[in-house]
Design a binder for this molecule. Structure first.
Ligand SMILES: Nc1ncnc2c1ncn2[C@@H]1O[C@H](COP(=O)(O)OP(=O)(O)O)[C@@H](O)[C@H]1O
Ligand SMILES: [Mg+2]
Length: 332
């Protein structure tokens, strides 16, 4: 539904986006994740046709946003990072105003306003002035205006920024509910957002894509091995050698010890659950087993790993990850 191909944008000397490529399937909610200044807003403004690219191309439902802007725009709803707020208009007036700009037929307008107001939970404030609404309501009005012309594609730039925790949950639920009927790209610099709302994530840093995939797929791929922490009581060297003999175990390292109790970090082959065998090995040797738990990398760790590594490591990582933008980076 959305194809972004080798997109590059320069603002004078600043290379804001460099060789970004990704695709979004129909009905998918894609998270566009990256720290501030990564190039999220720039990319989204190009997809929505508000900004032209320096090079590369974007297609929405098969229409090139530069060559067939009207056809493309018809299919796109956009919630900008800082939605324009006509504070003295009522919600109804504002939605009618945007609807007319977007070319919604007069006869359809009332029905559309009722539909999006219902969907975005702003029907109860339809006659209130936007300026007097809470931030949460205002954000939902922003979402409603993005949907007024019933676009197939929704581009939402940091839709939960500035909301309180309750409003964040409500907005997330609302966006999740759009999946299937709409194709959504939502940008965020907050990690829990993507794991809670999105089926797939594109991670962008300094204008290039550094990884993409399902949130848990990213974890597994980046880590490359599983980790189990084993806490046992017994002689450390013997336990270590014993655990090393368990099939699927690649490395055993001592983490901590207090008295006779030690904690070992056991690395295992990917997707290889060896916990039962580890437990058996400890217990059958007559040692005490106190705890056994898997320890995965959190999405936080991954994000840090992806966005703080130096360029050499980045290039290497891009070889192992099928992410777009790898070529552009190699040229730098
Ligand atoms: N209008 C502009 N003029 C010059 N530089 C800009 C402009 N807009 C964004 N930039 C720069 O481009 C980079 C990417 O910005 P942006 O796309 O807003 O990132 P994000 O949305 O991920 O925070 C940043 O370095 C930013 O300073
Ligand atoms: Mg931004």
């Amino acid at each position: 539904m959305i194809e972004v191909e080798n997109l590059t944008k320069r603002y004078g000397p600043t290379l804001a986006v460099s060789g970004v490529s990704f695709q979004v399937q129909k009905g998918e909610v894609l998270g566009f994740l990256g720290p501030n200044g990564a190039g999220k807003t720039t990319t989204m403004r190009i997809i929505t046709g508000f900004l032209s690219a320096s090079s590369g191309r974007v297609r929405v439902a098969g229409f090139d946003v530069a060559e067939a802007p009207l056809e493309a725009k018809k299919r796109v709803g956009y919630l900008p990072e800082n939605p324009p707020v006509y504070t003295d208009m009522t919600v109804n007036e504002y939605l009618a105003f945007v609807g007319r700009i977007k070319g919604v037929a007069r006869t359809e307008l009332k029905k559309r306003i009722a539909e999006v107001s219902e969907k975005c939970a702003v029907a109860d404030v339809q006659n209130r002035q936007i300026g007097k609404l809470s931030k949460g309501y205002r954000q939902r009005v922003g979402l409603a205006q993005a949907m007024i012309h019933n676009p197939e594609v929704l581009i939402l730039d940091e839709p939960t920024a500035g909301l309180d925790p309750k409003q964040i949950i409500e907005t997330r639920e609302l966006i999740k509910g759009l999946a299937g009927q709409h194709t959504v790209i939502l940008s965020t610099h907050i990690l829990p957002e993507v794991s809670k709302t999105c089926q797939r994530v594109v991670v962008i840093n300094k204008g290039t894509v550094v990884a993409m995939g399902a949130p848990d797929e990213l974890t597994a791929r980046l880590q490359g091995y599983g980790t189990v922490l084993v806490t046992a009581e017994g002689p450390a060297p013997e336990i270590t050698s014993k655990l090393q003999t368990v099939p699927g175990v690649t490395l055993v390292e001592q983490r901590e010890s207090s008295g006779p109790r030690i904690t070992l970090e056991v690395h295992t082959e990917k997707n290889h659950d060896v916990r039962a065998e580890l437990a058996r090995a400890v217990v059958q040797s007559g040692w005490g087993l106190f705890e056994l738990k898997t320890s995965g990398m959190s999405l936080e760790d991954i994000f840090l790993k992806l966005t703080t590594r130096d360029l050499g490591e980045e290039a290497a990582a891009q070889k192992e990850l099928p992410a777009g933008g790898g070529e552009a980076k190699a040229e730098n």
